[in-house]
Design a protein around this ligand. Structure first.
Ligand code: SF4
Length: 217
């Protein structure tokens, strides 16, 4: 991963800060590009259950997600770059969530908000609830809680901004959207006779070896 705090050769951090105090900004393209992206993350206007109420509260005046540049909740996945999975993901709803994810343009990010989105939460043992959205789409930030408060969502957003600021824009450590050969779409599960099929995206969530059935010898 590249160093986000670009320094011109021969310039120390102290000298850089001193220049900043005099209104002279010394930076690199990577830092500038990531700084801009990290402060303009537009979430999809989408919620699933009670956690969504906390997400909505985060956008209201008291918590004011606008302070972090993310007040523009977009009604179309084509215009959003953050999917906040806020609530219980039923198996009936899972294909729709993955479809929305696929319709979002890269670079895109996902926050799993609350115990339900992370693991199924209080419904984990239910026959109809997904045990974590990360079985189907890549999750960048997990926010525990039932429900997490709006402050927790804001903290998760700040963590995501930090992650974006630290991304390389070239080289082998470049993120998915900058690698031409990387497939950015996730397979969409279908409702089968007894369960959704497939039950997981093996590229994201390989079955742990201990869960594989022992073969008879
Ligand atoms: S984690 Fe709790 S508050 Fe959030 S959707 Fe699940 S049950 Fe509701």
């Amino acid at each position: 991963m590249s160093d986000p705090t670009f320094n011109a050769p021969g310039i120390t951090d102290m000298e850089r800060d001193e220049l900043r105090r005099h209104g002279i900004l010394l930076t690199g393209l990577e830092e500038l590009y990531n700084w801009g992206r990290s402060h303009s993350v537009w979430p999809l206007n989408f919620g699933l259950a009670c956690c969504a109420i906390e997400m909505i509260a985060a956008s209201m005046a008291k918590f004011d997600i606008a302070r972090f540049g993310s007040e523009v909740f977009r009604p179309s996945p084509r215009q959003a770059d953050l999917l906040i999975v806020s609530g219980t993901v039923t198996k009936k709803m899972a294909p729709q969530v993955v479809r929305l994810w696929n319709q979002m343009p890269e670079p895109k990010y996902c926050i799993a908000m609350g115990a339900c989105a992370i693991s199924g939460g209080p419904f984990k043992q239910g026959y109809n609830v997904l045990k974590g959205i990360d079985r189907f789409i890549p999750v960048d930030i997990y926010i525990p809680g039932c429900p997490p408060r709006p402050e927790a969502l804001l903290h998760g957003l700040v963590q995501l901004q930090e992650k974006i600021r630290n991304q390389a824009i070239s080289g082998p450590a470049a993120p998915r959207h900058l690698q031409a050969e990387a497939d950015c779409n996730c397979p969409i599960p279908e409702c089968g006779a007894h369960d959704i099929e497939p039950t997981r995206n093996d590229a994201l969530w390989p079955k742990p070896p201990e869960l594989l059935r022992p073969t008879k010898t």
